[in-house]
Design a protein around this ligand. Structure first.
Ligand SMILES: Cc1ncc(COP(=O)(O)O)c(C=O)c1O
Length: 238
């Protein structure tokens, strides 16, 4: 969405009893970051609430705390949902908000009421993942170091990494067939990078999508870059 468009919608619905702006924090296909600072200013001007899905920002942005911390918006975003299944490496959902939000969720969430909850071992792993995030900042630093290295090298090889600003790094391929071919060639090299094709993205915006990890060394990344170069040349992407 173009942000002028969001303002127009808010302007045209000034009288609505309740307004809620819903956005991702980090967009999962392109790896770009929502301008949550601008969205929050608009929300405050037009008395709207904000719901941000920060599945791909938690453990990544704001020293690992996510997009709200990245933009310094603590206390100004009504609902944040996230996941333990991405950077945190566990499983399960996260909802953060005010005490009212917490109580509302406890009384209305389908996955909380009338359903088996997370087993204690999963809850313990979730808690441990947050403790690691808070006490070992080197993982997030390494993640960004690896991300910047990998993206810059891909670009210098001639690949188009779109508008990515985060460890989600697409390599644009154009048609679906090209992305599937690139993914297959990389797999033959021992590199697993999934093809993302229509209807997940527009027909002419197919890509292979890499997600960087703090667990990789520069030597690991160089091996992957060599494979990208070889496969990219073979199928005519670079
Ligand atoms: C933006 C976004 N929100 C939510 C989810 C769901 O996460 P999970 O069900 O693994 O906790 C995903 C998973 O891919 C996602 O990309």
């Amino acid at each position: 969405m173009i942000w002028g468009e969001l303002e127009n919608i808010l302007k045209n619905n000034k009288k609505a009893e309740r307004k809620l702006i819903i956005t991702d924090g980090v967009f999962s296909m392109d790896g770009d970051i929502a301008p949550l600072d601008q969205i929050t200013s608009l929300a405050e001007e037009y008395d709207a609430m904000i719901f941000v899905d920060d599945c791909h920002g938690e453990g990544v942005l704001g020293g690992g705390r996510g997009i709200v911390s990245h933009f310094g918006l603590q206390g100004r975003v009504n609902f944040e949902v996230g996941s333990y299944s991405k950077a945190l490496g566990v499983q399960g959902g996260i909802l953060a908000g005010s005490e009212d939000v917490r109580r509302h969720a406890l009384n209305h969430s389908r996955s909380w009421l009338l359903s088996g909850s997370q087993p204690p071992a999963v809850a313990a792993a979730q808690k441990a993942s947050i403790e690691v995030l808070m006490s070992e900042p080197e993982h997030v630093e390494k993640l960004w170091d690896n991300t910047n290295y990998f993206r810059k090298k891909l670009q210098s090889l001639g690949f188009d990494t779109g508008v990515s600003e985060t460890p989600i790094i697409p390599v644009m391929c154009g048609e679906s067939k090209k992305a599937q071919e690139m993914s297959k060639e990389l797999r033959n090299e021992g590199v697993m990078v999934g093809a993302i094709v229509f209807p997940m993205v527009a027909t002419d915006k197919a890509r292979v999508r890499a997600q960087m990890s703090a667990g990789l060394s520069k030597e690991d990344i160089d091996i992957v870059l060599n494979s990208f170069e070889k496969c990219g040349k073979k199928i005519g992407l670079i």
